[in-house]
Ligand binder design. Structure first.
Ligand code: SF4
Length: 772
């Protein structure tokens, strides 16, 4: 008798055992998860009242427990159905993917016959096109004995792998219970953060953690989550941990921290994988992902098992390791990575892997029933990143170019172009360069759907074609989906450019997301647990509302790791940097900067809201104080130029560096000690007054009422606090912070700044709050 058991989903079992031959990633536009769900509901409604949906099926074969949910059973026809939603016709589905669909359905069939004691059953693969709402049914009757023999053979083929996985999980969980903190004693504030993350994980909840730079947030969040992974608490075992960042640099830090944790005996049991973007992993960017085009796609599934076995044995799967293993086995590194995600314990990737509409982690977590625990680093950026994920633009010049290229879709693309031009020119306000429509007009929406469908069909027929038309096709699919999902959470915008020659001069139709909460709420709710952390997250209600975090999300505000008096914060009271006053106040700004520099010479960073404003101030300073060294951020800086900019901050140096607020030098820049002794921040970082901003504010007000009053101010001041965070990097650092605007004395502004800055009227000494 086996001493181990292993539970596997039907989908996982079939993907493991039924995939053979080439990789075939034709550009088949798949349905989104929401479309999939709606498609299944539509089919179910068509079947009648006695139709059974989502049949939970489960049985064992030796130590293997196999479970899943069959989509539906029609008792009148005695037919078990598997519904696959797609965009297009099932004929274009590659043969090996169709084979996989049959394998899944037959496995459900075997489980169904076992559970109901049937001798035979009809099985139907139902392909539902979400665009046309048409169904194509492939139906066949199978005997129970035949299905069961196939099922047992499938389980036998998986058994060896299952045993290895069961042993890995047991060893991993045992090791994690012994995992030691890799950095010796906790730093100040780090323990409180770690405890809050641990509590959140064992209770299966969400946490917003504001914690200052320098306390070791990466290890301080990863370590407790790993300790919680075996599942001592009410929320049970964590299947996988995803460490997600909003910017690339954080991923390196996370991998370093995980490397340190793995160096300990207990940590070696962990499988760690970096999620690599296709552009970085692809070895043949000039080819299509198809066995007929790319040599690394040919025979992919035949060679996958050996590569997979090697990868899980190695356990450490950063990008170079994945590439090495893939090439050794003659398969694509990118798609090997996609397969390995299923077997890794900790995944390090970008937030889009979970939160975008086609996010890999979201799709797999749903399909394979993962208990996924998530850490989001630099989470103050998540709102803007999520808004981008659910925004898209249809550029009229790009549309015209696409229509001009030879394809079966060019006629319908031309029609869409005409409909779009007419839409932009329509109405009394047509002369306005910008306006918002309450909804997508029917005729235009139909032209859009028809063009997107025709282009999809074209790429079904020409799976190996690459180039700009393919890029336009991807964009159009995304845009069409967002138009389809339009609601109060997004604006449908018309931007009217000036016609130049044969061009539309920047004219475009855009879907701009304002509040991604409605897309993300369901995701947060389905996670095992989530912790969003950053040095600037206050006030928590802002992130919670706009991102759709659960109502019981906890909040912790970790004190800084240095005495507050090490940072001297001053407000330039007589200075106004409002747009209308900028020219007049330049002299005052420069006066404050030179006085501070002359009193305490050293390296300073001066932040401005735009390059134009930055240049005005820097020019005046250069004119008045040619002796005072200065250097500036450029609009387009290469990575070498950025390095040169930072290299000038040497400990013995002196000067003022000019940079833009919210730019590359305002976040993630580490200049400890005398490398940086102070910062000047001109303006509040508010977005410029514009019709677009007005529309966004109005929409937020409509969605959240007065709770959205600070919607503009919060992200602006988060940028200010991030920039100010460059000054003190270690407990020994001391420095100066000048807030160059009289509005920094306003109570509503002070209320959103760190209390330990000690501004008059702030909420006093730092408080640690924790809702859990
Ligand atoms: S190497 Fe590139 S083209 Fe080939 S299968 Fe991989 S991603 Fe596709």
């Amino acid at each position: 008798m086996s001493t181990w058991t292993y539970t596997v989903s039907v989908r996982e079992l079939c993907e493991f055992t039924a995939k053979h031959g080439d990789l075939d990633r034709r550009f088949t536009p798949s349905a989104t998860a929401l479309e999939g769900l709606q498609g299944q509901q539509t089919v179910a409604q068509r079947r009648g009242a006695d139709y059974e949906t989502q049949l939970a099926l489960e049985d064992t074969v030796g130590p293997l427990r196999v479970r899943g949910r069959a989509d539906g059973y029609d008792p009148r026809r005695r037919c078990l159905e598997e519904i696959k939603t797609l965009r297009g016709h099932p004929d274009e589905i590659p043969a090996n993917r169709r084979q996989l669909h049959w394998a899944q359905l037959q496995t459900y069939g075997a489980l169904f016959c076992r559970s109901r004691g049937l001798e035979e059953v009809a099985l139907a693969l139902v392909y539902f096109d979400v665009a046309s709402q048409n169904e194509v049914e492939l139906r066949q009757v199978f005997g129970a004995a035949e299905l069961d023999a196939e099922f047992q053979a499938r389980c036998a083929a998986f058994l060896g792998w299952a045993e290895q996985e069961a042993q890995h999980r047991a060893a991993r969980n045992a090791a994690l219970q012994q995992l030691a903190f890799p950095q010796g004693p906790f730093r100040q504030g780090q323990r409180g953060l770690a405890e809050a993350v641990y509590r959140t994980a064992v209770r299966g909840r969400s946490l917003l953690a504001q914690a200052p730079t320098g306390i070791g947030k990466t290890v301080g969040t990863l370590f407790p989550l790993l300790r919680a992974m075996p599942g001592p608490g009410a929320a049970g075992e964590i299947t996988k941990i995803a460490y997600l960042t909003c910017k690339g640099t954080g991923r390196l830090t996370a991998l370093e921290a995980l490397g340190a944790l793995r160096r300990g005996t207990a940590g070696q049991a962990l499988r760690v994988q970096a999620l690599v973007a296709k552009e970085q992993a692809c070895e043949h960017p000039d080819k299509a992902c198809h066995g007929d085009a790319c040599p690394l796609a040919r025979g992919f599934y035949d060679r996958l098992p050996a590569a997979r076995a090697e990868a899980v044995a190695a356990g450490w799967l950063d990008a170079p390791a994945q590439r090495r293993m893939a090439l050794r086995h003659g398969i694509c590194p990118y798609y090997l990575g996609q397969e390995l995600v299923r077997w890794a314990d900790v995944l390090v990737g970008d937030v889009h892997h979970l939160f975008s509409s086609q996010g890999l982690l979201w799709g797999l977590a749903q399909a394979l029933d993962w208990q996924l625990a998530v850490l989001v680093d630099e989470a103050h950026n998540l709102l803007e990143r999520a808004r981008d994920m659910y925004s898209a633009e249809l550029d009229l010049d790009a549309l015209r170019n696409a229509a001009a290229q030879p394809s079966a879709a060019s006629g319908l693309l031309e029609r869409l172009q005409q409909a779009s031009v007419a839409l932009l020119a329509d109405g009394e306000e047509a002369q306005e360069p910008y306006r918002v429509l309450p909804a997508a007009p029917d005729d235009w929406a139909q032209a859009l759907l028809a063009a997107a469908g025709a282009l999809a069909e074209h790429f079904h027929q020409h799976p190996l074609q690459l180039g700009p038309l393919l890029q336009f096709h991807f964009m159009l699919q995304r845009f069409t989906r967002l138009v389809d999902a339009l609601s109060d959470h997004s604006l449908l915008e018309l931007h009217r450019g000036s016609p130049v020659g044969n061009s539309s001069g920047g004219s475009r139709i855009a879907v701009r997301n304002v509040a991604p909460a409605c897309f993300l709420r369901q995701r947060f709710a389905a996670l095992h647990s989530s912790t969003l952390f950053s040095a600037t997250l206050a006030p928590p209600g802002h992130a919670q509302r706009l991102l759709g975090l659960p109502d019981d999300t906890a909040w912790i505000d970790v004190p800084p790791a240095f005495p507050p008096e090490h940072l001297q914060v001053q407000v330039a009271h007589g200075v106004s940097t409002r747009y209308a006053h900028r020219r007049r106040s330049l002299q005052q700004l420069v006066g404050v900067m030179t006085k501070q520099f002359d009193t305490h010479p050293g390296n300073y960073l001066a932040f401005f809201s735009s390059f134009e404003y930055l240049d005005q101030a820097a020019d005046l300073l250069a004119l008045q104080r040619p002796d005072l060294p200065q250097w500036r951020q450029d609009r387009r800086m290469s990575s070498d130029a950025r390095q040169d900019f930072l290299a000038r901050f040497h400990p013995q140096g002196q000067g003022i560096a000019f940079a833009v607020l919210g730019g590359v030098f305002a976040e993630g820049v580490d200049l400890p000690g005398r490398q940086l002794i102070g910062a000047f921040i001109a303006t509040l970082g508010l977005p410029p007054v514009s019709p677009q901003q007005d529309q966004m504010n109005a929409r937020l007000h409509k969605l959240f009422g007065t709770a959205a009053a600070d919607a503009e101010l919060v992200p602006a001041l988060q940028k200010v606090v991030q920039a100010a965070g460059r000054v003190l990097r270690t407990p020994q650092d001391r420095g100066w912070l000048w807030l160059l605007d009289d509005r920094y004395a306003r109570p509503d502004v002070v209320a959103l700044l760190p209390p330990w800055w000690g501004l008059p009227g702030s909420r006093g000494p730092l408080m640690v709050q924790c809702g859990n």
